[in-house]
Design a protein around this ligand. Sequence first.
Ligand code: CS2
Length: 495
Amino acid sequence: MTKTSSKPVLPLSLASLPQVSELGANVPDYRINKTSKNGIVHLGPGAFFRGHQAWYTHKVMEKFGGDWGITAVSMRSAGVKEALQPQDGLYSLVELDKNISHDIVGSITDVLVLGQDYDKLLNTLTSPDTHFVTMTITEKGYCLDAAGMLDKKHPDIIHDLSDSKVKTSAIGLLSKALELRFLSGTAPFCAVSCDNLTDNGKKLKQALVVYTATYNLALSDWLDEYFICPSTMVDSITPATDDALRKMVADDFNVKDNWPIKRESFVQWVIEDCLPEHRPAWDRVGAILTNDVHGFEAAKLRLLNCPHSTLAYLGVLMGIETVFDAMQHTGLVAFITDLMDSEIIPSLTPPKELNPTSYSRDILDRFRNPTVKHLLSQIAWDGSQKLPMRILPIIQSNLTDEREIRRLCYGIAAWILFVRHRYTTGEELVDPLAAQLLERASQCNDDAENDVSLFLDLGAIFPDLLNKSGLFKQTLVQVYAKLVPLLKSSEYVWF
Ligand code: CS2
């Protein structure tokens, strides 16, 4: 892309905001010459959070003000802090659609790194000003087992339950902060999980109650009674930031931004209607409060994330790069549409506001957005954590209700082959269970029965109920045998 204007490129910061505004961007006026307190701590300030919850809170502050600034906490790397601190937490949000828009989001006012700023972090988490802790720590961040319960054998949980001063897991950190609040007579903050987990709020609360019960029953009982963890459904396709985006922001919008964010213009946040009264008016800027979050969440995980992962594993094996490219492949589109109609929609009990067929068609249209270059290899990350949330529960419910599971098995079979592909090519397998998965891949020999058994045996991924289902195994073996040639040739016509 070439620079389209002769205007100077302004480094983003509070000082440059008035000039950035003159260039046409919407800027957070609530940050100019004004200070408000921070009321939210967010764990895991990746692209999704900055495109989604931080943006909703930005909208709230823009319209209604309030002490809702966000302290963003990176659990591991210092990258976000290094990028955003020199910009006073400000960053560009580029919406990719027919029209491309550029806004400056100002809701993040401080960035901390768990390992570097631990004492400050604990002080913030225990401050009575902190009313909310939101989080996008991905599926693996909850340290759960295949049944969705806290995995007490998880190395981070073992570490945090030992006398360690600096906790490493979100569960350990939040438990410590809640313990300090309990001791000082401060009410618990409300914790909002914004990850793609079924019943994310319930799972988070259960993990904290079980964790604290191992060393302080009174604390655990207090949490059980007073700790509010609404379940949520979050949705907006947010590809990772790349240099092309930084260049677009500089060339087209005249702003030098260390870490801009891009996402589609569609954005949805459904929150269980149990938030405390003192809260950001997220519902007045588009979030939906409902008593049936489960219905929305199941529809989204099943109709968006399941096809996403299925497309990712099949697509990578077929040499396809992005979701948009995959949607140009007629065979793949027919397959995914059929998967939705025959095996996913019948598994849903949708909320009355949601028509699953039109919802699924809207999702396919979103996948066709040519300006969103969402890499299939990014979606393929962490398969061991994602499949148990987005594909296995559908298989389980279809088996119970005697519906078909053949198409759903394509996603699982393609994932096994994807792991084998990574093993053969030596490309990195991004997955917390990578070592174990690659070890299984090394024992595969193209015999479908042998290869599928090696993977089905992984108790951390496949719950007992599925492990023991003869029909599941038999179908998976058949589908896997059909797909094996994809390992040799991406040209192979599999459908
Ligand atoms: C994707 C999601 O990376 C993935 O696994 O399926 O991040 C997806 O883009 C979001 O859930 C959309 O809301």
